[in-house]
Design a protein around this ligand. Sequence first.
Ligand SMILES: *Cc1c(COP(=O)(O)O)cnc(C)c1O
Length: 426
Amino acid sequence: MDNSRSRRLYEKAKKLIPGGVNSPVRAFKPYPFFTSHAEGSRLYSVDGNVYIDYCMAYGPLILGHAHPKIIEAVKEQLERGTMYGTPTEDEVKIAELIVNLVPCIEMVRLVNTGTEATMHAIRAARGYTGRDKIIKFEGCYHGAHDYVLVEAGSGATTFGSPTSLGIPRDTARNTIVLPFNDIESFERAVMENRDEIAAVIIEPVIGNAGVIPPKKGYLNEIRKITEEEEIVLIFDEVITGFRLDLGGAQEYYGVKPDMATLGKIMGGGFPIAAYGGKREIMELISPLGKVYQASTFSGNPISVKAGLTTLEVIVKNRSSIYKRLEEAGEKIERGLKDIVEDRGLTAQVNRVASMFQIFFTDGPVLNYRDAKKSDKEKFMKYQRRLMSEGIFIPPSQFETCFISTAHTDDDIEKTLDAMDRAIKGL
Ligand SMILES: *Cc1c(COP(=O)(O)O)cnc(C)c1O
């Protein structure tokens, strides 16, 4: 594969943009390929190479790249202006759809990114409870703002230390970080910090440490304890919302939080996100209440049109879409497991619906610590070999592979053949 144009662009980009990229995970060794265009399940590089894509822009593109209905709707909207600074009918339509689809959402506010959604959901929970502390879980990612960019110390219930420079210790001190899928440590932390915890924020299925599903009953237990202690439970459904089902993980697992954050899929490839929940919490948001949140671009007509069109397509084809995604996911999971067994490798394949990941480790992956035990070098070798076969998966053990409705049976067969060759001799 000739990638010389990408290599030259990367050399230049590195001098102009930190790491040559505008979001860290896009950089990988020796250099990323630069994309010229995309369609359906395919990414096309500036070097003329074609990839079957399982990164899907890190989750948003459940209908594939450049879905014709979305492109058409956005083109029409472009002619009518791109920003008004006044409310529109489409904002009411998308809000109504979200409220009807997502069980816990009685009122919703649109924002631009998942980072904004979690930041403002947490502020609302703090405003509502009058408490400062929050609980998050190791390996769960909730965006790049100060409240949540915090990792665990050594003990299970130690206060977090920042994952990044530039985060005030006083902010990190209010974030308690606990292991995922461990209800005892959660119960202990809640009891030790009684009446001080405003919110628990959790990815109901971790999609930012590979894929890690919740143990049976785990989310129900978290719900029970947070309800008893009057702690606001926030499901961060920026990945799982509209992916596991139209109502997200809360519908898939039948557990209703107090608030939820949405993003990625709801924009159909355009920047838009949302947070919402119980009416009595959401009524605290300005201008109705005293929790401030604002944004110039939120609810902009282009993103809203793209989002509305995406949701309408999914609603209209609900049963066929989720059935198809489940079938495709099952096929890849089974295929990958067979390959691992045939090639005599020790590896785990985790999957929920259309999210999957392989971990080169010998034990089950139930939390972030398990995921970190896997052989990351082996993973990157597997990723590079797949790229040379024309298959693009995210260049990190700690990301998720996503299937879209644009992936055909033929794509999946080609992918499994390539995976077999990539895994052989690892
Ligand atoms: C991607 C992601 C975010 C952050 O969303 P951005 O749009 O990148 O700011 C938050 N939470 C989860 C679960 C995510 O996967």
